[in-house]
Design a protein around this ligand. Structure first.
Ligand code: SF4
Length: 154
């Protein structure tokens, strides 16, 4: 399962396949992370520095975070993609194809001028979240998605 959570300029990513339940997140802030709650992550409970510090303690890479830098990421189902925008300018895109095996992520691209801001990750997570909510399997094909979505021990 892949989920993104947002608070102001902060995006928190959670990849359940990398989570091995060390529960350091819960130990660092039970008000943000509560496994009994749905959704179990509630960013409204803390300010951005506290959230960042808690996320950085995750030993598995299941929890990560990035700043938005004012970039908006939208899931655009009619075009089989998620896309990132700086204002009205498109600065990144993640394309998928629907097939009998699920949604194949075939391309993830970000304008090099916007590199290093976590945009590609936001794009892929946008597609994977949408697929999971529609009970579709995700098949990573492009090299970025393969690398991002592989389990932690590979
Ligand atoms: S600290 Fe990371 S690995 Fe441990 S339970 Fe939290 S998300 Fe999972």
């Amino acid at each position: 399962m892949h989920r993104t959570y947002m608070k102001d300029e902060l995006v928190v990513f959670w990849d359940s396949e990398k989570c091995y339940h060390a529960r350091r997140c819960v130990g660092s802030s039970a008000k943000i992370f509560d496994p009994k709650r749905r959704p179990w992550i509630d960013l409204s409970q803390a300010d951005m520095p506290e959230i960042w510090e808690c996320v950085s303690k995750c030993p598995s890479g299941a929890l990560t975070c990035a700043y938005t830098h004012g970039i908006d990421v939208r899931f655009e189902e009619d075009a089989c993609r998620s896309a990132a925008y700086d204002g009205e300018k498109q600065v990144g895109v993640c394309l998928y194809r629907e097939g009998p095996d699920g949604w194949s992520i075939v391309s993830t691209r970000v304008d090099p001028a916007y590199g290093g801001q976590g945009i590609a990750k936001r794009l892929v997570f946008s597609v994977t979240e949408a697929a999971e909510r529609r009970k579709q399997a995700v098949v990573p094909v492009c090299s970025y998605a393969v690398k991002l979505l592989r389990p932690a021990d590979q």
